[in-house]
Design a protein around this ligand. Sequence first.
Ligand SMILES: Nc1ncnc2c1ncn2[C@@H]1O[C@H](COP(=O)(O)OP(=O)(O)OP(=O)(O)O)[C@@H](O)[C@H]1O
Length: 695
Amino acid sequence: MASRPIPPNPRASCFSKSKAVFLALTISATVVILFTLAYILYHLLYSLIHRSRTNPFDSAAPFKLRKFTYKELKSATNQFSPENSIGKGGSGSVFRGILSDGKSVAVKKLDSSSLQAEREFQNELTMLVGIRSPYVVSLLGYCLENNKRLLIYEYMPNRSLQDLLFSTGTNFCMSWDRRFQIIQDVAQALEVLHNECDPPVIHGDVKPSNVLLDWDFRAKISDFGLSRIKVEGEFGVEMFSQDLGKSQELWKSQELSGNSNVGTPANEMDFAHSLQVSSPSKNSRTFHNWNSLNLSSSNPFEKFNDVKSSGSPKGKEVLPADVSGEDRKKSSYDDGPSSAEHSKDLDLSPLGSDVTGNNTKQWGKDWWWVQDGSGELCSKDYVTEWIGSQICPSASPEWREEKTRSPNLDELKDANQCQSQEFESGHAFNEGTEQRDRKIGKTKPRKMQEWWKEEHLDEMSKKGSRRKTLESKMKKKKKKSFKLPHFHLGQRLYMLKAGKFGTHDQNNRNPDAEVSFSRGWKKKRTHSMGSDMWSGDLFSRELSSTTNMRGTLCYVAPEYGGCGYLMEKTDIYSLGVLILVIISGRRPLHVLNSPMKLEKANLVSWSRQLAQAGNVLELVDERLKDAYNKEQATLCINLALACLQRMPELRPDIGDIITILRGEMDLPPLPFEFSPSPPSRLFSRSRRKQKADTE
Ligand SMILES: Nc1ncnc2c1ncn2[C@@H]1O[C@H](COP(=O)(O)OP(=O)(O)OP(=O)(O)O)[C@@H](O)[C@H]1O
């Protein structure tokens, strides 16, 4: 029987068709997805490969850090024994260690509980992994175990410039050649950071204890705990070139015309506003006037004199002159409380913590109370001595003969109150002085007070007249703002506690002792941008977040002041201070127990006075006697003063500095400007309050 063909099932053929369509769709979707993924991957790889050379985040960075175990480091440093301790900073202790391969290293053991230490750890790893230069201390590795964070650096046998310059236990006096070489090395280091790194790195904490010396006393820069990568277009950078254009021009013309006795230009008051509203742009490097200045001096570079230094160190320091090396080490590293402890000592904030729960004292530790090195003065002494030497009756010649102790905080508060009355007008200055003198039973006018008056009265009276305009301007701009804790100085706290705020200050005072963002601006707007020797001023503290409060007293540039927008010119300012310190062998704030002309207490302002008097060489370390190159010294001091100009843009950039130091470019004529002010903001504010009180 013949079989009949089975007719095709129409349902089955329909099913296979839809299956084919489904298959085709799946395949094409997969192909599209694969292509998309490949495209994304390609772009990722491309951007990774084409990232900047020294971008610290670059996984392709040429230098790999070694990860050490804690055990390894413990045995290298002999259980972190005190004999191996070579230094102590704000965020931890440094030990000498010998690795199993015999190599000497410096091991920085960071405090496990400190925020500053945490940040330093991150920053050092981030920055130093991409930088290898003979002028920068190399980071060899790190250790991160549980709570323990350690950084391992190349060992610098001659330790820090701070140690070398201020070794009171020895008769060591650095020769001129060595000093000059160190200045050049530090400048080279900054050139590497500013010009050779891409993007540029701004160190942010140039000071003697961060300049380390190798076997040949060649200097390398270290401690990148506060440094920043300059982001192109970061608004702080261009702010001075654009938003402050007018004030800048005015300022420049004043500076260049050598008029030291000018007040701050009116537009300066818009500094705060400019900062607030300025928008990023790519045009961030607008440095334009250095090369255009009239270059006049002759080539100062001839053969270096062979200087062999000798002579005993003069009793110029706060440290007892006759402490032995061991004692000095002790006093340097053990005696004084750490800067963190200092800020605890001096409870500057009426609040325990800020809105985010961070301890506000951290601010002080990071910024205001960090000092230059070995803890020879506790910060409170440092501040009160300085204020005392500038304004207190205790700074009078009579006092200098009698005084053997530092003014305490109460005296400081008293001084602030007295001072608060003085600057409302020139007349009030004398009244305030007399009142203060009555208080301590003295009536004789004091030279120092007059000096201070001359320096700041003009500025203060101009501020007073501008205040009203600014306040009305600010009212318009005031918007609802989030609260930040107010970083009060001791005087402010005292006024609060004592209920001594004047009636006219009521509007400015927040009863719960906080300050709003906009109030911070407002306060700043009544102050001069760059007139504070203490640089980062009240303004910045009021505005900034905790993470950005940093810098070192006397070395930090006035325009930075903890604001967080570091610029190259901030480093240049610090370099200026450093050069003066190296040449003079003095600390920037030179407070003495022994009699001394008070004008010399503030190194920067003294240098300016000497420059005005045409006698800069008086600044050179007396221990060198005549064994130094006068032309080089003159050049360096004048260069330092150029670096210390208040307008960041007037400062030379590091490329010019190197060229000038090499003798390949002349130094422009120096502008005379005000010396950096003592804490005029604090006093001007307190004066107003005090006056209101007395009214
Ligand atoms: N690589 C090193 N080789 C030799 N000594 C070092 C090294 N690193 C640091 N020191 C010594 O340890 C000291 C403390 O250094 P550290 O960087 O911890 O603190 P600082 O810079 O003095 O202060 P701060 O960190 O608070 O600004 C230095 O002054 C120096 O004497």
